[in-house]
Design a protein around this ligand. Structure first.
Ligand SMILES: [Fe+2]
Ligand SMILES: [Fe+2]
Length: 459
C-alpha cells in the first residue's frame, strides 16, 4: 500500500473512531447524566490506571485488571462513567506504548463500546428493581462481561485486519473462542465485585484492589525475570553454537595444514598420521578421557607441523645433519606450537606439540622439562613418535621389526621415554594388531577424517 494512501486510511480510521467514541459518550449522557456510587468508581478508576501502568504482555493478551475495573465502573455507576473510565485508561495505554492516533482511537472506542454496553445492561436491571446486592445483578454482570469482551474483540480486530469478514471469523474461532473459559472465570470474579461492595463497603473494595495489584506486580516481576533468564539462555546457546562453528572452522584450517605437509613431504605427513593413531591408543590404555584422546590425536597429526620451516635438505635429505641444521630441527616443536596456538580453542594441543621432544631425564628440547613436568599427552606422542620412526616402512631407514622396536623403547625408558607410557604401549601392541600402513594413503586419510567433537580444552 502506498504511504500516502496508508496515511489517509489511518487518518480515516482515527476520525471514525473518535466520532463513534463521542457518540457513545453523548448517548450515555443522554440516557443518564448522573454517576452513581462515585467513591467506588474513583477507587476502581485508580485501580484500573495502576493496573494498566504495570500490565505485562503475555503470549495471548496481557495481564491487566483494567478491563474488569472499567466494566465494574459501568455496572455500578452507569454507561457514562464506564465510557469515561474506558477513555482514560486507554489514553494511559496509548501513552505507555506510544501508540499512533489510529491505534489509540480504535482501542479507546473498543473499550468504550464494551463499557457502554455493560453499563446499559446493568442500568436496565437496576431500572427493573434489581439492586447491587441482588444475586440477579451478578448474573447480569456475568452475561454483560462476556458480551462486552466479544464487542471489544470484534471492534479492535475489525480495524486490525483490513482483509474482510473471513479473517475476523477465523480470529474469532482461533483466538476468542478458545479463551472463553478463561473469560468466563474472569467474568465470575468481576461480577462478584459489586456484590462485595454492597455487602462490605468501599474499604473492602480497597483491600481487594491492593491484594490484586500486589499479585499482578508479583506475576509481572516473575515474568520479567523469566524472560531475562530465557534471553540469557538464548545468548549462551548462541555463543556455544558460534564456538562450535568456529572450532569446526579451526579444525578445517588445521586439517588443511596437515594436507599441506602431505604435499610438501608425504613421509612426514604419514608419520604424523601414524603418531596420532598410536598416541591415541596409548592415551586410551592409560585411562585418559575422550577429550584427551581427541587432544592427543590432533596433537599427533600436527606434532611435526613446525618442520614446514625446514629447507628440503633437512626435510627430505638423507645426509647426516650438521650442528647448524640440527639447531634448526630443534626449533620445530616451538614453531609448530606457535602455529597452532593461533587457533582459538587449541591452546592445549599447542602445549602438547611444544613438549613432544622433551626427555624424561630433562635432556630434551625445547624447554628441558623432566618427569611429570612434561605433559602426559606429550609423553604419549614421544613414545608413538619413537616407535613409528623405527618401524615405518616408508622411512629412509631400514624398518626394524616390532619386537626389536619394543626392546628399544624399553631400553630408553626412564631416560628418553616415560617407562609407564612405554609399558602401556607395549600392552596395546601385545593385545592388538595396531599398525599403520605408510605405503598407502588410506590410513592417513582415515586419521584426517577423525574430526574431534570438541577439541577445545575444558579448562
Ligand atoms: Fe618432532
Ligand atoms: Fe615426529
Amino acid at each position: 500500500m502506498p504511504v500516502t494512501r496508508h496515511i489517509h486510511t489511518t487518518s480515516r480510521v482515527a476520525i471514525a473512531n473518535i466520532i463513534v467514541t463521542v457518540a457513545l459518550l453523548a448517548a450515555s449522557a443522554l440516557a443518564s447524566a448522573t454517576i452513581a456510587h462515585p467513591v467506588p468508581a474513583a477507587l476502581l478508576l485508580a485501580f484500573a490506571a495502576i493496573s494498566e501502568l504495570i500490565s505485562v504482555p503475555l503470549s495471548k493478551g496481557r495481564l491487566s485488571g483494567c478491563f474488569g475495573a472499567v466494566l465494574v465502573i459501568a455496572w455500578m455507576s452507569g454507561p457514562l462513567a464506564g465510557a469515561i473510565a474506558a477513555i482514560l485508561v486507554t489514553l494511559i495505554d496509548a501513552v505507555k506504548h506510544r501508540s499512533d492516533l489510529a491505534r489509540a482511537a480504535v482501542n479507546t472506542t473498543g473499550l468504550a463500546l464494551a463499557a457502554t454496553a455493560a453499563g446499559a445492561m446493568s442500568t436496565i436491571a437496576v431500572k427493573n428493581g434489581v439492586g447491587l446486592d441482588d444475586g440477579w445483578f451478578a448474573v447480569v454482570c456475568f452475561g454483560s462481561y462476556l458480551v462486552a469482551i466479544c464487542l471489544e474483540f470484534w471492534w479492535v480486530y475489525s480495524f486490525d485486519l483490513g482483509d474482510g469478514v473471513d479473517r475476523l471469523t477465523k480470529m474469532t474461532r482461533e483466538v476468542l473462542l478458545p479463551l472463553m473459559p478463561q473469560f468466563a472465570c474472569m467474568a465470575c470474579v468481576t461480577a462478584a465485585v459489586p456484590l462485595l461492595y454492597a455487602q462490605l463497603g468501599a474499604l473492602a473494595l480497597l483491600l481487594v484492589f491492593i491484594v490484586l495489584l500486589s499479585f499482578q506486580s508479583l506475576v509481572r516481576e516473575l515474568l520479567i525475570s523469566r524472560r531475562r533468564a530465557e534471553r540469557l539462555d538464548e545468548s549462551v546457546r548462541e555463543i556455544a553454537e558460534r564456538e562450535a562453528a568456529f572450532e569446526k572452522l579451526s579444525f578445517g584450517a588445521l586439517r588443511a595444514l596437515v594436507q599441506s605437509i602431505n604435499l610438501r613431504d608425504r613421509m612426514t605427513a604419514r608419520h604424523s598420521g601414524a603418531v596420532a593413531k598410536y598416541a591415541r591408543e596409548i592415551a586410551r590404555e592409560l585411562g585418559c578421557s575422550e577429550q584427551d584422546l581427541e587432544l592427543v590425536h590432533m596433537a599427533g597429526l600436527l606434532h611435526d607441523v613446525g618442520k614446514l620451516i625446514f629447507d628440503d635438505a633437512i626435510l627430505t635429505g638423507t645426509q647426516r645433519l650438521t650442528d647448524e641444521q640440527f639447531e634448526i630441527v630443534k626449533r620445530h616443536p616451538g614453531v609448530g606450537a606457535e602455529l597452532v596456538r593461533g587457533m582459538p580453542g587449541y591452546e592445549q594441543v599447542s602445549d602438547i606439540i611444544r613438549h613432544h621432544h622433551e626427555r624424561i631425564d630433562g635432556r630434551g628440547y625445547p624447554d628441558g622439562l623432566a618427569g611429570d613436568d612434561i605433559p602426559l599427552l606429550s609423553r604419549c606422542i614421544s613414545v608413538a613418535d619413537t616407535y613409528d620412526v623405527m618401524t615405518a616402512r616408508d622411512s629412509y631407514r631400514k624398518p626394524v621389526p616390532r619386537a626389536e622396536a619394543i626392546a628399544e623403547l624399553r631400553r630408553v625408558s626412564g631416560a628418553q621415554l616415560d617407562g609407564t607410557v612405554v609399558e602401556a604401549f607395549v600392552d596395546v601392541l601385545a593385545r592388538t594388531d595396531l599398525s599403520f600402513d605408510h605405503a598407502s594413503s588410506t590410513d592417513f586419510a582415515r586419521q584426517l577424517e577423525m574430526q574431534p567433537s570438541r577439541t577445545r580444552a575444558a579448562a
